[in-house]
Design a protein around this ligand. Structure first.
Ligand SMILES: [Zn+2]
Length: 340
């Protein structure tokens, strides 16, 4: 039966397939994937690792799980200027807008290439996280995965860098705070690179616990355990640098032994993940050795924290991940656990 027809029938309750003995009951899925094809319009040069093909690889997994009825794909709205200004300065927004309009191929603030469609794509990416926050807080879905690019966690208030234009997850967190009154948010970042932009945005915020595992020494060079936040944010930045070659043992231990007790003290009302899959073995831009199974276990640790403190609410946001062969199984593993 055609899927749309199936859903139409299924949404009414029970559906009996003619000629089949079984009766199917429509089950709402626990995870919604938020995806706007406008993110493909950011087109760095053809040999750049942060390519639109990454999202084709991610969506191959998403569509396969969608066909199995294990998740729902939802269309988000693009970010407004007001959403962007929750994190970034008006001057920086002006820089992005004018440099894209002028046809510049490189953002003047850092190592992020630009194309004609970069602003459209970057607004779509930030809006995707905002829409996912709305979806999770309103209860339309328990968990959400944002299939976005360009990535965001290197972008600070006044500076895009490291392939990032706007800090998508930081904008989503601030939006949850301002629009929905969520007071305590955990952001767990397992991308192989340190989320320096997210750290800077929430350095003295007090409403966000930022937990980051990353390779060190490596780009961008920040993320020492001494960087712990200040003022109201003092102690709410937890950095876990590990050398090249680190993997399951080091990173899962950090999540179990440091994140779980920190979350126990902080009691987040919303849990967000900077889900970078460049920490997977074989990624061209990292030297960590995490496996697809490890991503399922990391997801499980974070999901348990969300269930304990945050009503199960998780918004996961794609960051890096540059192996076109590695992304599909890693994403499948992450989403399968998120949907459980
Ligand atoms: Zn990365």
């Amino acid at each position: 039966m055609h899927r749309r027809l199936f859903l139409k029938h299924a949404s009414c309750g029970l559906l009996t397939l003619s000629g089949a003995a079984e009766t199917l009951i429509a089950q709402p899925t626990n995870v919604h994937v938020f995806y706007d094809p406008a993110i493909l319009r950011h087109e760095p040069s053809s040999d750049h690792p942060e390519s639109p093909r990454r999202l084709d690889a991610v969506m191959t997994s998403v569509r396969a799980l969608e066909r199995q009825g294990r998740l729902t794909v939802t269309t988000p709205r693009p970010a407004t200027d007001d959403d962007i200004l929750l994190v970034h300065t008006p001057d920086y927004l002006k820089i992005v807008r004018s440099e894209v309009a002028a046809g510049r191929r490189q953002l003047s603030t850092g190592d992020t290439e630009l194309s004609q469609g970069s602003l459209t794509a970057a607004l779509a990416a930030a809006g995707t996280v905002v829409s996912a926050v709305d979806g999770v807080i309103s209860g339309r879905t328990r968990t959400a995965f944002c299939a976005v690019r360009p990535p965001g966690h290197h972008a600070s208030q006044r500076r895009g860098m490291g392939f990032c234009v706007f800090n998508n997850i930081a904008i989503g967190a601030r939006y949850a705070r301002r629009r929905h009154g969520v007071e305590r948010i955990l952001i767990a970042d397992w991308d192989v690179h340190h989320g320096n932009g997210t750290q800077e945005v929430f350095w003295s915020d007090g409403g966000v616990l930022f937990f980051d595992s990353h390779q060190h020494p490596w780009y961008p060079g920040t993320g020492s355990p001494d960087e712990r936040g200040e003022g109201r944010g003092s102690g709410l930045i937890i950095n876990n640098p590990f050398p090249a070659g680190a993997g399951r043992k080091e990173i899962l231990s950090a999540f179990h032994e440091r994140l779980v007790p920190a979350a126990e003290r902080f009691k987040p009302q919303l849990v967000m993940i900077s889900a970078g899959f460049d920490s997977r073995a074989g990624d061209p831009l990292g030297r960590f050795t995490l496996t697809d199974q490890d991503f399922a276990e990391l997801t499980g640790v974070v999901l348990d924290i969300a269930r304990q403190h945050a009503g199960g609410r998780v918004v996961s946001v794609l960051e890096g991940g540059y192996s076109l062969d590695g992304l599909p199984p890693a994403v499948t593993s992450h989403l399968t656990r998120l949907a459980s």
